[in-house]
Design a protein. Structure first.
Ligand SMILES: [Zn+2]
Ligand SMILES: [Zn+2]
Ligand SMILES: [Zn+2]
Length: 335
């Protein structure tokens, strides 16, 4: 995510729908991948129809004709029942995290086709007695990413984090991880599948049995040398999705840190080590405020190789999509 600013010069966040300095209406343009500000009050940007809904979507609509949903809102298949304030708050947080993840993948030139990639944000009876399902679990199946809407509640999420013995649990982390399941076939394809299996293992092994084993016996003590998280050790596809999610974390942090001038000279050879170096500084900053580590992970050599493979697979996809432009998108080194 790069740095955005309003016409008046004020730096604005990706989530802003108006400028705190001059009051102009703002929107994110998912084609140009930038924030746009109206020229003068009411100058007619075509906002997404959900701008005034509970999700407070701040993207531009997909067409300039009338009320229409933006690209992100077209991917919504199920949203929480909006009759309750709590549910409306959940949708706002879920959708905001989803828009950030979609902006990540659009920025990498990856396809977001709302007929293939869809989202179910579902509540279950644990948080809403009126919900239909007893138990919703977060996951991906055939292009549908399901997120248990309770994950938007900080108390629920923190108790799950402790229960699952995780170092990090956020809505954005869930969405980045799940998007990895969706994009695996798109970026790895036949040409890189052998290399993927060498690094992650054979993704065809029985998924249900592997997950059952993981939840019954836990990760082996040796997971820390080879995996970014204990969950990554449960199945090759989970290892891939974890590394994909971390790759998106790395890219997002490098983009913003470069744009803000915190790091420089990020290039094809040093991007991951630049990130690791910066993440330690970031942790020092949050520790100095009495907060937990911003990036509580250790990237060992095997993990580094896997995250670099995610980069390679995305680069190969980028080159295959732009035959006249053989240079895949590289890193931002200056503003
Ligand atoms: Zn402004
Ligand atoms: Zn929208
Ligand atoms: Zn997964």
């Amino acid at each position: 995510m790069r740095e955005f600013s309003c016409r008046c010069g004020q730096v604005v966040y990706f989530e802003n729908n108006s400028c705190g300095n001059c009051g102009r209406q703002l929107a994110f343009d998912p084609v140009a991948l930038t924030m746009v500000a109206e020229e003068t009050a009411g100058s007619g940007l075509s906002f997404c129809m959900n701008r005034s809904s509970a999700s407070e979507c701040n993207w531009l609509a997909d067409t300039s004709f009338g009320d229409s949903p933006c690209l992100s809102c077209q991917t919504n298949r199920t949203i929480p029942n909006l009759s309750r304030q709590k549910s409306r708050n959940r949708w706002r947080k879920l959708d905001s995290a989803k828009r950030r993840m979609l902006a990540d993948v659009l920025g990498l030139g990856l396809p977001v086709d709302p007929t293939r990639l869809r989202f179910d944000f579902k509540e279950d009876k644990r948080i809403n007695p009126d919900a239909i399902e007893e138990f919703v679990s977060t996951g991906h199946l055939s292009g549908v990413i399901t997120i248990n809407a309770a994950e938007a509640d900080p108390v629920f999420r923190e108790s799950m984090r402790k229960h699952m013995n995780e170092a990090y649990r956020t809505l954005l982390g869930h969405l980045r991880h799940e998007s990895g399941h969706y994009f695996f076939n798109i970026v790895v394809g036949q040409s890189l599948i052998d290399e993927a299996r060498l690094l992650f293992g054979d993704e065809r092994q029985d998924y249900a049995a592997a997950l059952q084993r993981h939840y019954r016996t836990g990760a082996s003590a040796a997971w820390q040398g080879n995996f970014i998280s204990h969950y990554a050790s449960s199945h090759p596809m989970e290892d891939w999705a974890e590394c994909w999610g971390h790759y998106l974390h790395v890219r997002a942090v490098l983009d913003v840190a470069s744009a803000k001038g915190f790091i420089s000279d990020v290039g094809p050879e040093n991007w991951l080590s630049k990130f690791v170096e910066f993440s330690v500084s970031l942790n020092e900053v949050t520790r100095s405020l009495g907060l937990p580590d911003a990036y509580p992970f250790i990237q060992t050599d095997p993990v580094t190789a896997k995250i670099k493979f995610v980069h390679k697979a995305i680069q190969q996809y980028q080159s295959s999509q732009s035959p006249h432009n053989k240079t895949p998108q590289e890193f931002v080194t200056e503003r």
